[in-house]
Design a protein around this ligand. Structure first.
Ligand SMILES: Cc1cc2nc3c(=O)[nH]c(=O)nc-3n(C[C@H](O)[C@H](O)[C@H](O)COP(=O)(O)O)c2cc1C
Length: 196
């Protein structure tokens, strides 16, 4: 087997195709531990995780519904129901939260990127244990009412909701673009006018 196939063959699974069982408590701990080795400038650990399972998913559905109405009190019923149904699609949701501290050496973007890497470690660790996942955001991710309901501090941001579960068919091949399409080898032009 190609040694990189775990990475080259990585794909997200649509949330509605993530069924029971969810990772066990021990597996969930392993998945979250894997996220702790995300790159982290200065060792700030600029992230934290919140797990939402079982009945708590229904409470999150209620929060998503209230937040949707807060954004648009005249929202149509079908859209409202769609927002409320989101947390019920998979058995486990891991909320990845960036904790931004003011630091002259480590700008906000680096702390957010570190939290993003933690989210990706969660996805890869889930897959290594046989589970599928998808990283989703959407309006609820950036809604202050959602932040408040989840108990976020003022310096915290939701990086994403990682939906996790056992992948259900249909499984689709995902062709990927060649990296050459987005890669160039930079060389300084010999006759450059640019001078330091
Ligand atoms: C920060 C971030 C936010 C995302 N938010 C959404 C989202 O709200 N809805 C969505 O359909 N996909 C979203 N995606 C994309 C999916 O996670 C996934 O990458 C996409 O479906 C492509 O599948 P693949 O990972 O197998 O290529 C997001 C990805 C990232 C990195």
């Amino acid at each position: 087997m190609d040694e990189l196939s775990f990475l080259t063959g990585h794909y997200s699974v649509p949330a509605k195709q993530l069924g029971e069982p969810a990772p066990s408590d021990t597996e969930l701990e392993q998945i979250l531990q894997a996220a702790m080795s995300a790159p982290d400038h200065g060792g700030l650990a600029p992230f934290r995780f919140m797990t939402i399972q079982g009945q708590a998913r229904h409470q999150l559905a209620e929060v998503f519904g209230q937040a949707t109405l807060g954004r648009d009190p005249a929202v149509d019923e079908a859209y409202l129901q769609k927002q409320q149904a989101k947390p019920l699609r998979s058995p486990l949701i891991i909320v990845v939260i960036a904790r931004i501290e003011q630091n002259p050496q480590i700008p906000e973007i680096e702390q957010i990127l570190s939290a993003g890497c933690a989210a990706q470690h969660i996805q890869l660790a889930s897959r290594a244990l046989g589970y599928g996942s998808i990283w989703l955001t959407g309006d609820n991710c950036y809604d202050l009412n959602v932040h408040q309901a989840l108990g976020l501090d003022i310096d915290e941001r939701i990086i994403g909701f990682i939906y996790v579960g056992t992948p259900k068919p249909p499984f689709e091949e995902k062709p990927r673009s060649p990296s050459s399409a987005v890669t160039t080898a930079w060389e300084s032009p010999h006759n450059s006018d640019f001078a330091i």
